[in-house]
Design a protein. Structure first.
Length: 377
C-alpha cells in the first residue's frame, strides 16, 4: 500500500506540473476534506487554515458550500500529494475546494504571481501556528485578526465592500459577495480583539500599521492589478515619508545580505559604487534594524535562497548614484558577483527617493512599530 501511495503521489505531482508552471493559482477539490487535513499532519506538512474558523467544520461536513484557503511551507508539494486520500472520485459539486498558497509564492502556489503574504511574515504565521481542537491548524490568535484585515485590505480591496476613505458616501461602496465588514467585526469579537469600527480601506491600513501588519511600502507599487485604492495608498504613504524631508533625489540605500559579508565581498560593492557615484556611509545593521527590515521591507524576499532559508540583511550602504543609471549599476553588481562567486542574493537596493526615506525610517525607529519577530528567526 505504501508503494502504491508513493506512486500515486508521483503521478499527481506530474499531473500538477503544467498547472503549477502556468502560475495562475492552485486548488484541489476533495471528496474527503477532513482526511486530507489529517493527511497533511501525517506527512508533517506545515500549514494553516487562513480564516473563518467557525465555518470550517460546516464546510468540511458539506453543510456549507465554500472554499477553504490554506497556507503551506515552501517545498510542501510532495507532502500535499501524499496527503490526499487514495480515492478522490465523485462529482465536482460534491467536493470541497482548497485554494493553496505557499509562504514563498513559488511553484505556482501564489497570489497572482506574488507571495500571498510577505514571505517572512508568512513563515512566521506557520512557525507560530496552533492546533485548533476541531482538527486542523490555524493562525495563532494574536496574528489572526491582523492577517485577516490584511486579506480584506490588500487582497479583496474595494471588493470587500469597504469605502475607500472615511467619509465617502455609501454610494462609493462597491458590491461585495458577502458582508465582509460585519464578518470581520464578528470574528474579532470571537477572538477577543479590540478592533475599531473599521469602515474604510484607509482606516484598515492605519490599524494594520499600528499592529505592525500594514503592507510594506516597497511592495505597494509591485502588487498585482494596480487600482484606485493602491494608487491612493501609494500617494498617501509617499506624502507621509516625504513630509519635512530634504534629501537629494539620487539618494540610494543598498542593503547587503549576510552571505555577502561571509564571502567578504562588501568591499567590492563599495569600490564599484565609488566608481559610479559617492559612498556616504557603510554600517553594520544592529539586531533591531535587521528585525525591522526583515518584517517591514520587501527586500526582494529575505528567504530567497536555494534552501529557502533566511538570507538576512547585514550591512547598509548609503550612496549617491546618477538617477538614470542607479538601476543598471545595482543589476550589474548582482550579475558580476553571481558570475564570479555563484548565484546568491548578494544585495538589495532602493529604487527611488521615497524607498530610500522608507528604509531610513525603518532603521531609525521613526514611525514604524517594532516587528513581532527577532532577526534570524
Amino acid at each position: 500500500m505504501n508503494l502504491c501511495k508513493r506512486l500515486l503521489a508521483r503521478l499527481r505531482l506530474a499531473r500538477w506540473r503544467k498547472k503549477l508552471k502556468a502560475d495562475k493559482g492552485f486548488s484541489l477539490r476533495l471528496r474527503n476534506p477532513t482526511r486530507f487535513l489529517q493527511g497533511l499532519a501525517r506527512e508533517n506538512v506545515p500549514y494553516v487554515v487562513l480564516r473563518w474558523y467557525d465555518e470550517v467544520p460546516q464546510v468540511l461536513a458539506g453543510r456549507l458550500v465554500d472554499d477553504i484557503d490554506i497556507l503551506v511551507q515552501h517545498g510542501s508539494l510532495p507532502g500535499i500529494a501524499a496527503a490526499m486520500p487514495l480515492f478522490n472520485f465523485g462529482r465536482k459539486a460534491s467536493k470541497v475546494k482548497f485554494d493553496i498558497y505557499s509562504d514563498s509564492g513559488r511553484s505556482g502556489l501564489s497570489y497572482r504571481k506574488m507571495p500571498y503574504y510577505p514571505p517572512v511574515r508568512a513563515r512566521h504565521l506557520l512557525d507560530t501556528r496552533v492546533a485548533d481542537p476541531r482538527g486542523w491548524y490555524r493562525i495563532a490568535p494574536q496574528y489572526y485578526i491582523p492577517a485577516l484585515v490584511y486579506h480584506l485590505t490588500y487582497h479583496k480591496r474595494q471588493a470587500s465592500g469597504l469605502r475607500l476613505q472615511p467619509g465617502d458616501s455609501d454610494a462609493s461602496r462597491r458590491p461585495a459577495k458577502k458582508d465582509y465588514r460585519q464578518r470581520l467585526l464578528d470574528e474579532a469579537a470571537r477572538e477577543s480583539v479590540q478592533l475599531p469600527a473599521v469602515d474604510s480601506l484607509v482606516e484598515a491600513h492605519h490599524w494594520l500599521h499600528q499592529q505592525s501588519w500594514a503592507m510594506p511600502f516597497d511592495l505597494i507599487r509591485r502588487w498585482p492589478d494596480q487600482d484606485a485604492w493602491l494608487n491612493h495608498l501609494f500617494d498617501l504613504e509617499c506624502a507621509r515619508l516625504q513630509a519635512g524631508a530634504d534629501l537629494p533625489e539620487n539618494l540610494v540605500i543598498l542593503v547587503t545580505r549576510q552571505e555577502t559579508a561571509d564571502h567578504q565581498h562588501e568591499q567590492t560593492i563599495v569600490d564599484t559604487l565609488g566608481r559610479h557615484g559617492t559612498v556616504l556611509a557603510r554600517k553594520r545593521l544592529t539586531a533591531t534594524q535587521r528585525q525591522q527590515l526583515l518584517w517591514w521591507a520587501r527586500g526582494g524576499n529575505w528567504l530567497a535562497t536555494n534552501q529557502y532559508t533566511l538570507s538576512a540583511p547585514g550591512t547598509v550602504i548609503t550612496c549617491l548614484l546618477p538617477a538614470t543609471a542607479a538601476a543598471a549599476i545595482k543589476l550589474e553588481l548582482r550579475k558580476s558577483l553571481s558570475r564570479q562567486h555563484g548565484k546568491h542574493n548578494w544585495l538589495h537596493g532602493t529604487d527611488d527617493l521615497s524607498e530610500a526615506l522608507y528604509y531610513q525610517q525603518l532603521m531609525t525607529d521613526d514611525g514604524y512599530p517594532p516587528a513581532p519577530i527577532t532577526a534570524g528567526q
